[in-house]
Design a protein around this ligand. Sequence first.
Ligand code: FES
Length: 168
Amino acid sequence: MEVEVWAAAGVEMDKFDFFMANLQGQIFEDTKRAYGEAGFQRWRNPIYQGRMKNPDAHAKITGQCGDTMEMFLKFENNCVMDASFVTDGCGSSSVCGSFAAEMALRKTPDELTDITGEAILDKIGTFPEGEAHCAYLAAETLQKSLQIYMRRQTGVSRVNSGKYPHNQ
Ligand code: FES
């Protein structure tokens, strides 16, 4: 009797595993179609994700969809030496945040201004049309963090010049 119960449970488990494997395969196929191979890999593993300790600039923007994107930048010799993002949004926003952070690496402030929503979408290659706003949110947050960095730089140079003692 006990053997029969276990056997039945085993059969049920096999069916369940089969169902799950099938479902996962279907989700992966659909995602690959929507994001292309590069976007799919990033969807599975959104690298450059996480809060940065002591960034030189950090910006946070909530998009019209209600999702929030945060960008962190660290500079060295006037180039981005580290970049990361955090979002509470969908998989698409993670993909865009991840690509935006990657594209920011080793860029000067001037070069960073070229990272637009279109540039992020171009870099990914294939992207769901209805979710392009995720790329614009990532780009906007990156540009905002650049602005913050530039404002701080200006403040520092003013303090160093001694012309603006109130900034100290
Ligand atoms: Fe809101 Fe992607 S749906 S950022």
